[in-house]
Every structure is written in structure tokens, then in C-alpha cells.
Design a protein around this ligand. Structure first.
Ligand code: NIG
Ligand code: FE
Length: 417
């Protein structure tokens, strides 16, 4: 007889992370039934051992969690994983006192990565990203967002997005792609950023939408990126082409990009160290997530803290992501970002866990299918050898992932051992 399920987990102590829970709500041992990549039933393991499953209720694969904690698979909702080149020289310059903005003005920074990335092929870019992705998977990540933004031509932005999508063929992970053509003004348009924005709006966005290469469009709204008017043009073009919007906003100064993103029902505003109270109020009246990127804050040795208390007061959902990139956050460890979110920004470990599960899912537009352990949701899970959920924010560098499950498939391969 054909079994009804593909995978059964037994003795799983669930940390479900539904958005409205108070506390972590660690469950008693549960049995989880998984079918076609979805969680289809959750029951008490004790009840199951008292009255064993009938043959038709048994699945092909049974995994005994032996009381380990099971969280939703972690979601890294902001990365720049695809790029070529290396910027350790700039790290050294910054340590000698040259600011990030000054390096960018001298043609370094983002543009130095653009140069290297333009010279790489799709396959080379994918190959370079695989070890970065492995780092993330080892910290329990089952979904990752990957941005373009180091190509800055139609051909090279598309190349980056294709290379990001190809990552799914190299690893058990879900990849969500975002077009960030408005990341920096390319050298060819040095004195005419508006003309580049026209190219982004009239050619790059329509082609990316037509070829289904990205689900969202992002803009670096900043003095060294694009102004509010240019950002709005990009958002309008994205919306006209059926794509979500999100923003790199208020990272180095307060231009009002977060309120603009909220006005366009953006999925998230990211960085937001310089966000003010009117920006927080704009987020509170939309469904836009505030994504914190403590790795970039730390690596740039910033001092302006994001307005955590105000965000809490207005119940704005907060996500945490690695922002993995060669210039400002070369850290492929999402649990380390949880630790930094707590130590640098004052989040609680519970807020940090929401930040990489249900709130990160919302920042990717997947709040009804990912980031929680619930029937009907995707069976994306992380199983941990830890005594308490707070351990995820507490220890760094100690391997404690037992396994990940992506779309109902157990990943027992080398990537997490
Ligand atoms: O998120 N802020 C802009 N973009 C990246 C940095 C990219 C780079 O320096 O290469 C960020 O921090
Ligand atoms: Fe970023």
C-alpha cells in the first residue's frame, strides 16, 4: 500500500515561532507528518506510541529527533552572495582611517566588485558563491534571498540573477532573487544617474519580470546611491511590472527612503540605523518589515543604533539578516547575526529568533508558507542539539545543527556536518 506521508519526525520538541505567541512555546515531544513538501499533521508523540500508526499512516522515512529542538528552517532575507573579487585591501584601508564613503567615491567599494563581477561568467559566479552558501546552511538556513547589484548593465544584472538561481541546483536550499540594479551609479553613467535610472526602469526591470528572474526590486537609497526621486521611479516601474519592492534605506543618513518604501507597500526596509520616528510610524501603518543588519553595523564600526525601542513600541516586525557581501558584512553565519542583534542592538534572543523565522519570511513575502511550524506550511525545518532556544543567539562557532529539512527532504549530506 502506498504510504500517506513522505517523512515522519518523531519526538520533536517544536519551537513553532508563530508571530503572536508570547515566549518560545517549546512543545512536548511531537510527531510531524510531512507530505509533498508540506507539514500535514502534528500530534503528540506519546499518543502515537500508545496507539501506533496504522501501516497507511506510516511514511517511507522516519527520523527520530530524540527530544531535540526543532525550529522553522532559518531564513536569511538579505544577502549579496553572488560576486567575484575580494575587498580585504579596503578592510585594511578602513582600519587605517579611510571611511567607506571615501573609498566608494574613489571608485573602490561597490564599483570594485562590479569590475570583477562583470569579468566573471555565470558558472564562475555560482561556483564562488557555493562555499558562502555552505556557511549559511551550516547555521540552519533553508531559504536565502540573493540580490544582484554588482553587474549594473542589463547583461550583467541578468547574469547575476541567473547565477543566483543556479545555486538551487548545487545545494538543498530555497533561493529568492532580488534585482538591485539601483545599487550604485555605474561608471558609464557617472555624470548622469538619471539616465541610468531610465535604463533600469525601461529595460532592466521589464526584462527581469518577463523572464521571471526576480520577485522583488531593491534600491540603495543613500547619498552614495540614489536619491528619493530616483528611488520612487524604480519602485513605480517595479510595481508596474508586478514585482515587490524593498529598500536599503537609512543606512548612513536619513533620506526618508523607509517611509517611501512603506508607501509603496514594500516588503522590507533594511539597515535603518538612521530611521526616525516618522519613518517608524510609516512602517507601523504598512506591513513593511524592519530588517536589521548588525554585521554591516559592526564591520563599518557604525555608532548610530537603529531605533529598536520605537520599533517595538509600534509593533513593527523586525527581521535579522547577514547582508553577506564583500564590502560591509563578510559573514556567512546567521546565528552570529542573532548574537550581534542581541549584543549590539539590544534585541532579546526571542526577538532574534523571530527575526530569522516568521519575520524574515514576511520580509520575503512568504509569511503564509514559511517561517513557522504549522500544518499547511512548507516543511522547512532545522533540528538542533541545544538545551534552550536562546542558545542560538548565545553561542557562536560551535556546530549544533543536527540536520535541516527543506521542502520535506532530510539533508543529511556533508554540507552540515
Ligand atoms: O548592504 N549598502 C549597500 N550595499 C551593501 C554593501 C555592498 C558593498 O559594499 O559591496 C550593504 O551594505
Ligand atoms: Fe545589503
Amino acid at each position: 500500500m502506498e504510504s500517506s506521508y513522505d517523512l515522519t519526525l518523531v519526538n520533536a520538541r517544536l519551537v513553532s515561532m508563530t508571530p503572536n505567541d508570547q515566549g518560545y512555546q517549546v512543545s512536548s515531544p511531537k510527531t510531524l507528518q510531512i507530505k509533498s513538501g508540506k507539514i500535514v499533521a502534528i500530534s503528540n508523540s506519546e499518543a502515537v506510541s500508545a496507539s501506533p500508526l496504522k501501516p497507511e499512516e506510516q511514511s517511507k522515512v522516519v527520523y527520530n529527533c530524540k527530544g531535540k529542538l526543532v525550529t522553522p528552517g532559518l531564513i536569511d532575507c538579505h544577502t549579496h552572495l553572488i560576486f567575484a573579487g575580494n575587498r580585504s585591501n579596503e578592510f585594511e584601508m578602513r582600519l587605517k582611517g579611510v571611511p567607506y564613503t571615501e573609498i566608494a567615491k574613489q571608485g573602490g567599494g561597490i564599483l570594485s566588485t562590479v569590475h570583477a563581477t562583470r569579468n566573471a561568467t555565470v558558472d564562475q559566479l555560482t561556483e564562488l558563491a557555493v562555499p558562502r552558501l555552505t556557511g549559511l546552511m551550516q547555521t540552519g538556513v533553508t531559504s536565502v534571498e540573493v540580490k544582484s547589484g554588482y553587474g549594473l548593465t542589463l547583461k550583467d544584472e541578468i547574469k547575476m540573477l541567473r547565477s543566483a538561481k543556479a545555486l538551487e541546483h548545487h545545494a538543498h536550499i530555497k533561493v529568492e532573487t532580488t534585482l538591485l540594479a539601483a545599487h550604485a551609479v555605474p561608471p558609464e553613467f557617472k555624470d548622469n544617474a538619471d539616465r541610468y535610472i531610465d535604463l533600469v526602469c525601461q529595460e532592466i526591470i521589464p526584462l527581469v519580470a518577463e523572464e521571471n528572474l526576480a520577485s522583488s526590486v531593491d534600491v540603495f537609497c543613500e547619498s552614495i546611491g540614489f536619491n528619493l526621486e530616483q528611488t520612487e521611479k524604480v519602485f513605480q516601474a517595479a510595481k508596474q511590472n508586478g514585482l515587490h519592492v524593498k529598500g536599503h534605506t537609512e543606512q548612513l543618513s536619513n533620506l526618508g527612503g523607509s517611509a517611501l518604501t512603506a508607501h509603496y507597500s514594500g516588503l522590507s526596509v533594511d539597515h535603518i540605523e538612521f530611521l526616525d520616528s516618522s519613518g517608524v510610524e510609516a512602517l507601523a501603518s504598512s506591513n513593511t518589515v524592519a530588517t536589521l543588519l548588525p554585521g554591516a553595523f559592526y564591520f563599518l564600526r557604525e555608532t548610530q543604533l537603529p531605533p529598536i525601542e520605537l520599533l517595538r513600541k509600534h509593533n513593527v516586525p523586525m527581521a535579522i539578516a547577514t547582508d553577506f557581501n564583500p564590502g560591509t558584512s563578510p559573514f556567512a553565519d546567521l546565528t552570529m547575526m542573532m548574537n550581534m542583534g542581541c549584543t549590539l542592538f539590544g534585541l532579546t534572543p526571542e526577538e532574534a529568533l523571530r527575526g530569522v523565522t516568521c519575520h524574515a519570511a514576511q520580509a520575503l513575502g512568504h509569511s503564509t508558507t514559511r517561517g513557522q511550524i504549522k500544518t499547511g506550511f512548507d516543511a522547512d525545518l532545522a533540528i538542533w542539539d541545544i538545551p534552550h532556544p536562546a542558545d542560538l543567539s548565545y553561542q557562536v562557532g560551535v556546530p549544533r545543527l543536527a540536520t535541516r529539512i527543506v521542502d520535506g527532504v532530510l539533508c543529511l549530506g556533508g554540507e552540515q556536518s
